[in-house]
Ligand binder design. Structure first.
Ligand code: ADP
Ligand code: ZN
Length: 726
């Protein structure tokens, strides 16, 4: 008993809000809580779900203690997961409560799903036997428990027939447990014949899983080399060991084809987890993952926070993908956190990619990760022949963006009734609109960015804050009518050019802003895979993972696009994107071609792509990083300070810099205006902290924040450890 209070004990509870520590609550008599219990507690005027945490409680005034209201009837969050939450909070400098919040995102799941009343035939006979009734009785004969509607459906009668029989006591009622969201996968359902190098790689992975201890393997193989089949073997091994498996995928639109492939191999689909999942489904998946009913989850980065009962393997597919980085509230890279999760849980992690991140390549070469390599495409499929088109020598016709060389290959591809893909990583019609008379440019009122014209929608749109306005006919500055010009291409404009050249071809644009969202996108991707389009024009979402059997030509409209910004990661990103997108061609053994339109054909990235010599590219890139002491050879963090006025943001950033402690292995660069200096009306300044690999980055930044100016007014500070761009 706690003195002067009605409680038997006090417990620390982590609540889903920016709290640095768990709050203390009273445990009423008769209530049993353990670390990890999910509980309902009062928080101000609200009630929230929280997690009973580890460690001692703070001393509190017993009279002010508020009670834990309820312990939910669900499995407690296990110790590994609690350590994982603490670890991420500490590493990313986030409040543990905000990390816990990611774990508590399926509130209804905390109560068990109710069992359903089911029906079984008992010995009683109905008073009158109609045809319909006989069918029902025959169907119910087998001893299964049926739901009312299930039985009606199976017997081909209306539910009222069931009700009639029920009223006469023909059925015994039994309780049926909630239906599993997915059937159990069978590791030996359809074991593939693997090619020799696949076999070797699969053996490595199987051995890693058999060790049942933490280890990381980088599965590195060109697009189409059969990596998926290989890591499926690791999954089979983990399932055989009675462990659950998590597969992380970067893109939701991609999961559909993946789920089917998984089903072909294991006879059942994995459970899906991503933000588009309907709430009811989220709850069921969360619950069944916690109870162990779901054995395999395929999900977006947030799936890392599912409360697995016995997780024994994580596969991160397309591990290099920037989509794994969350840059909102808690800034984390799901690839890196998957490795941490494996380390804490003591199980293996597989990172798969045709174009691994420089970080993972270095980890492999320095022996921290194992490496399994697939060097050839599967079966008769050959990588496309790759060439650059020097746009200085073969420029497009006036007003166009496609070189005659590319157009000619498109014509030939059409004649062979094969598919072409044009890739341009820019949504909309044109990235800039200006007035030919006065030079006025349309910019976003609240961001330092130009408005992008979306001609299908008749709008000018800001890609950073979503601001949009109708495209006017007259210039708002000088009033001149019909003299606005679109500068530069987006996918819509390329589509216009293509239709002009090939009016009879079936042309389709694939971009994430398609009306109809993910659902429509899925259908369109399937249509392309089924050969229902001749020419596809797409943004980066077509670059990833898809298998388009009829695709034999890939044209990159502007291969230089990603190289323009000054980011040291630009070369790596461009190399990855161009390899992935050209890898969409030639998946079925037909001769195929990839063409890069570029003004810098001698750039190392273009050379690496054209020659297919990715090793040379990595060597060079790794050497440069090492020379500049950039990640993974050094440590880096960004601190973004934003505020309603430029002055506030800048002075706060300067104050932080002055507060930096003396350290021999870390130093601060900046503040400078952030790459996007204004977003949504907030002015942004950035500090970079750089230093040696072993330096205590977190301690250093924590000291800056503690010693620096107090947060006042509209000022916000975000810390980004291991930033994507630097
Ligand atoms: P990656 O993931 O490396 O890009 P995939 O795993 O998608 O490559 O394999 C490319 C294609 O080859 C797929 O259509 C896949 O079904 C097929 N494939 C790969 N390995 C085998 C195998 N051992 N037996 C049959 N088909 C295979
Ligand atoms: Zn904007």
């Amino acid at each position: 008993m706690i003195e002067d209070s009605p409680f038997v004990a006090a417990a620390p509870v982590l609540v889903p809000m920016p709290a640095e520590r768990p709050y203390t609550y009273g445990v009423p008599p008769g209530m049993r809580v353990v670390p990890g219990s999910i509980v309902r507690v009062p928080l101000g005027p609200r009630q929230v779900a929280g997690i009973v945490w580890d460690g001692a409680v703070e001393t509190v005034d017993a009279k002010k203690l508020r009670p834990i209201e309820e312990v939910f009837d669900c499995p407690p969050i296990d110790k590994a997961m609690r350590r994982f939450v603490d670890w991420i909070a500490q590493y990313t400098l986030s409040a543990p409560g905000m990390v816990a919040r990611m774990l508590l995102r399926a509130p209804e799941a905390f109560d068990p799903e109710p069992w359903i009343e089911g029906l079984q035939r008992t010995l009683a006979e109905p008073d009158r036997l109609t045809d319909a009734r006989r069918r029902v009785l025959e169907t119910a004969e087998g001893g299964l428990a049926w739901t009312r509607s299930g039985l009606a459906h199976a017997a081909g009668v209306s539910s009222t027939v069931i009700d009639g029989l029920r009223a006469q006591g023909v059925f015994e009622t039994v309780m049926i447990p909630p239906r599993p969201v997915v059937a159990a996968p069978d590791p030996s359902h359809a074991v593939p014949e693997l090619m020799p190098d696949q076999k070797a790689a699969a053996e490595k992975l199987r051995a890693a899983v058999a060790a049942d201890a933490f280890n990381v393997t980088l599965l590195d193989g060109v697009t189409g080399s059969g990596k998926t089949e290989v890591y499926f073997e690791a999954i089979a091994a983990a399932l055989d060991n009675g462990r659950q498996v998590l597969i992380l995928l970067p893109e939701i639109a991609l999961t559909h084809a993946f789920l089917e492939r998984f089903q072909d191999r294991f006879g059942a689909k994995p459970a899906e987890w991503h933000s588009d999942l309907p709430p009811r489904m989220r709850e069921r998946v969360w619950r069944q993952v916690a109870e162990g009913g779901v054995r395999v989850v395929a999900g977006a980065r947030s799936a890392l926070f599912l409360p697995f009962k016995e997780l024994g393997l994580i596969v991160v597919d397309e591990e290099h993908d920037p989509a794994y980085k969350q840059e909102d509230r808690v800034f984390y890279n799901a690839r890196d956190m998957a490795v941490v999760r494996g380390h804490i849980g003591g199980f293996p992690v597989v990172l798969a990619s045709a174009t691994p991140s420089v970080e993972s390549r270095v980890n492999a070469s320095q022996g921290r990760y194992h490496r399994a390599v697939l060097s050839a495409r599967f079966a008769e499929a050959a990588l496309p022949d790759l060439k650059s088109i020097d746009m200085r020598r073969a420029p497009p016709a006036r007003g166009g963006f496609l070189s005659p060389v590319l157009l000619e290959q498109m014509q030939r591809t059409l004649e062979r009734q094969e598919q072409s893909l044009l890739f341009l990583n820019r949504r909309g019609y044109a990235p800039l609109t200006l007035c030919r008379v006065c030079g006025h440019r349309f910019g976003c009122p609240v961001c330092s960015a130009w408005l992008v014209e979306h001609r299908f929608r008749g709008q000018l749109v800001c890609h950073h804050c979503g601001h949009n306005e109708r495209r006017p006919d007259a210039c708002p500055e000088c009033g001149t009518l019909d003299h606005l010009v679109a500068c530069g291409p987006g996918v819509e404009r390329i589509a216009e050019e293509v239709v002009g050249h090939f009016p009879d071809a079936r042309t389709i644009v694939l971009s994430s802003d398609l009306l109809g969202g993910v659902r429509r996108l899925r259908l369109e991707l399937e249509a392309v895979a089924n050969g229902e389009a001749d020419i596809v024009i797409g943004t980066q979402l077509v670059a990833k993972g898809h298998n388009f059997p009829g695709m034999t030509l890939v044209g990159v409209v502007d291969a230089d696009l990603g190289l323009a910004n000054g980011d040291p990661r630009a070369a790596e990103r461009t190399f990855q994107l161009l390899s992935q997108v050209t890898g969409r061609a030639g998946r079925t053994g037909k001769k195929s071609l990839g063409l890069l339109q570029t003004y810098q054909p001698d750039h190392p990235v273009m050379r690496a792509i054209v020659s297919g010599d990715s090793e040379a590219f990595y060597e060079r890139e790794i050497a440069e990083r090492e020379r500049a002491a950039l990640p993974p050879f050094g440590r880096l963090a960004g601190i973004i300070v934003s505020a309603a006025t430029r002055g506030e943001a800048e002075s706060h950033a300067r104050g932080l810099r002055r507060a930096a402690p003396q350290a021999s292995d870390l130093f601060v660069l900046g503040p400078a205006e952030a790459p996007l200096s204004l977003i949504g009306g907030r002015h942004r300044f950035r500090l970079l902290v750089q230093g040696e690999r072993r330096a205590d980055m977190q301690g250093f930044i924590r000291a800056m924040l503690a010693e620096g100016p107090k947060l006042r007014g509209s000022v916000r500070v975000q810390v980004d450890i291991d930033p994507q761009s630097f």
